[in-house]
Design a protein around this ligand. Structure first.
Ligand code: BGC
Length: 606
């Protein structure tokens, strides 16, 4: 944008700010979940944005229903009368690996797999396809990419991180921003980079936990990806639930106002995470003041948003929040709306890409299939067990063999993900991919059901690993001491969800997987393992028994990409962007006493 255009936008904003009432300004600073607000509320409260939290969508969950729903919110936001100005809402959703809330969408591998692919051009194309499928549903804003640098596999959001060090993320951020915001003809999707800052660095990987680092370390590891994304044009930043050295990021004036806005010169707006300010104080009134004064501009509030609006107006009236702070936030929000040309767009129903037939198309799925192929990391390949011969007979089993929901992981159809194939009309499970490639293969839903003579099979392909999870529910916590460290107090109580498990050793987390492998090796059937997981897990026992072992991460809807590589139509490409643990580091005193089993960058090829 040149200076003239910039001045023009600010002149328009000046004009708006000079006529806006406090209610209109505070309304713009409010983002509400669709379940708790009607189109009439958007007008009545001048809401700046509406969102779908994970899994929150219209009844039939197809593009048409999404467009119709968003259209009605947008139309309310654009009504003009003596109490209301036409300020288009921004509609946001978690399109974190494709527009993955929506049935039939192309779902890409989660970030951990894409980090292993280490391919910026692929990232650009993924972002482009994601943007198209987001626009097909009328959504303006994707709460993505997540730029976390995950440091501890216990964290349930490890799979949202591309790598354990910032280099790959720094390279990826500009490609993703370009693909989403400028990669589509005549339209664009807003990116919201998250979570500011240090969410991947918390002690023991605790979600909402505390990142204990010096400023230099925080800057070098966790801040640099944000700088890259902002330089590439990212205009929305989501605050992190976590703390830095004991202070919550949502209330961190130094990190938000001083570093992000003043030092980095971020000109867009800062969005809170879902109810993120609730953790600042047991008194919601105080929490509102702390959040605004720290520099948060828009507040994601699913339930008590009317209370938020009342409280913020009262803060302004009483002088505990200055009018200039409010004006700065509203200026930033309106700036983003102008810069992303939201004022020039027709209603969602009439937008060029609304309901576009490319949603979930073969062309889009080809990009996802390529991403799956490139994300696979081969950890072991004894006696060149891979690639497999398509003419041979393979026994396929393991709980994740025929389960697209498990392949996709969290933030897919539902917040915590789902199980089964029904919600993925055009998806391909790993088993379905194998079946198409090697027609003599046979699926067994349990080892007990294998009654045939073992010699009938040349080898077994066992698809094992984790089940879907998201956020805190995906954390692995070793013991109670660790639980007490979270510091996530809501109304004076520790807010803790049941963790996914209490060990990063697969044989403890999912003993059924080792049992399947043992049952097969006991029959002298060579085993090829494919691990579905959101993080590296300790797999020493399983690895020992298998001839070949592939880390497939959370590949998404295109399971065919796995057989493309297993059967040698494509070579291996992926390299570990996270080192593979040999032992559980919580059980060792220091990391230096616990070298990894496989280092960052490891990955075999044919
Ligand atoms: C997550 C965010 C997400 C938001 C909206 C929060 O719980 O931390 O990453 O974008 O929900 O669904």
């Amino acid at each position: 944008m040149n200076n003239n255009e910039l001045n023009n936008i600010h002149a328009k904003i000046d004009k708006l700010l000079s006529v806006m009432t406090i209610a209109q300004k505070v309304g713009q600073m409010t983002q509400v979940e669709r379940m708790t607000c009607t189109p009439d509320d958007v007008k009545k409260y001048h809401l700046g944005s509406v969102l779908s939290g994970g899994g929150s969508g219209p009844e039939h969950n197809n593009p048409q229903d999404w467009v119709d729903m968003i259209d009605s919110y947008w139309c309310s936001s654009m009504e003009i009368d003596e109490d209301h100005l036409a300020l288009p809402i921004i509609y946001g959703a978690d399109a974190v690996h494709g527009n993955s809330n929506v049935k039939g969408a192309t779902v890409f591998p989660h970030n951990i797999g894409l980090g292993a692919a280490n391919d910026e051009n692929l990232m650009y194309r993924i972002a482009q396809v994601t943007a198209k499928e987001v626009l097909a549903t009328g959504i303006d804003l994707a709460f993505a990419p997540n730029l976390a640098v995950a440091k501890d596999y216990h964290w349930g959001r490890t799979y949202e991180s591309y790598a354990q060090t910032p280099e790959i993320i720094n390279k990826y951020a500009p490609s993703i921003i370009a693909g989403m915001q400028s990669g589509i003809v005549n339209d664009s999707v807003f990116c919201c980079i998250k979570h500011w800052v240090g969410d991947g660095g918390t002690t023991h990987g605790i979600n909402h936990g505390d990142t204990v680092l010096t400023w230099e370390e925080l800057n070098k590891i966790h801040i640099t990806p944000f700088v890259e994304a902002i330089n590439a044009g990212a205009l929305i930043v989501m605050a992190s639930f976590s703390s830095w050295n004991g202070d919550k990021c949502h209330g961190h004036k130094f990190l938000i106002d001083d570093v992000l806005k003043n030092k980095i010169k971020f000109s867009g707006f800062v969005l809170s995470d879902m109810d993120g300010i609730d953790y600042l104080s047991n008194d919601f009134y105080k929490a509102v003041g702390l959040g605004v004064n720290a520099g948060i501009d828009m507040f994601m509030i699913p339930q008590n948003w009317k209370e938020f609006i009342e409280h913020l107006i009262s803060h302004v009236e009483l002088g505990s929040v200055s009018m200039s702070k409010i004006d700065d936030s509203v200026r930033r929000i309106l700036y983003v709306k102008f810069a992303m040309q939201l004022f020039d767009k027709p209603r969602p129903k009439e937008r060029q890409w609304a309901n576009d037939p490319s949603f979930g198309s073969k062309e889009h799925k080809e990009v996802a299939r390529e991403a799956v192929r490139k994300s696979l990391v081969l950890l072991k390949n004894n006696h060149n067990a891979l690639p497999l011969n398509k003419q041979n007979r393979f026994l396929v089993c393991g709980k994740n063999a025929d389960n697209i929901g498990h392949q996709c992981g969290g933030f897919t159809i539902d917040w915590q993900g789902i199980s089964g194939n029904d919600s993925f009309p055009n998806g391909t499970s790993i088993w379905q991919g194998i079946q198409r490639t090697s027609p003599n293969s046979e699926l067994f839903t349990s080892v007990e059901s294998i009654t045939q003579n073992q010699t009938q099979f040349d080898a077994a392909i066992v698809v094992i690993g984790e089940k879907p999870y998201a956020e805190g529910i995906g954390d692995i916590r070793e013991d109670n001491e660790v639980i007490m460290e979270t510091g996530s107090m809501v109304n004076g109580e520790i807010s803790i969800s049941e963790p996914y498990g209490n060990s990063i050793e697969l044989q403890h987390l999912h003993p059924e997987d080792l049992q399947v492998i043992q049952a097969l090796t006991a029959k002298n059937i060579p085993v090829i393992a494919v691990l579905i997981s959101g993080r590296p897990l300790v797999i020493n026992e399983e690895l020992k028994l298998c001839d070949a072992f592939v880390a497939a991460w959370l590949p998404g809807t295109e399971g065919q990409g796995v057989s493309d590589v297993l059967f040698g139509d494509h070579n291996l490409h992926g390299k570990l962007s996270f080192s593979w643990p040999a032992r559980n580091h919580l059980k060792t005193t220091t990391n230096s006493q616990c070298p990894p089993l496989l280092s960052f960058g490891f990955g075999l090829t044919y």
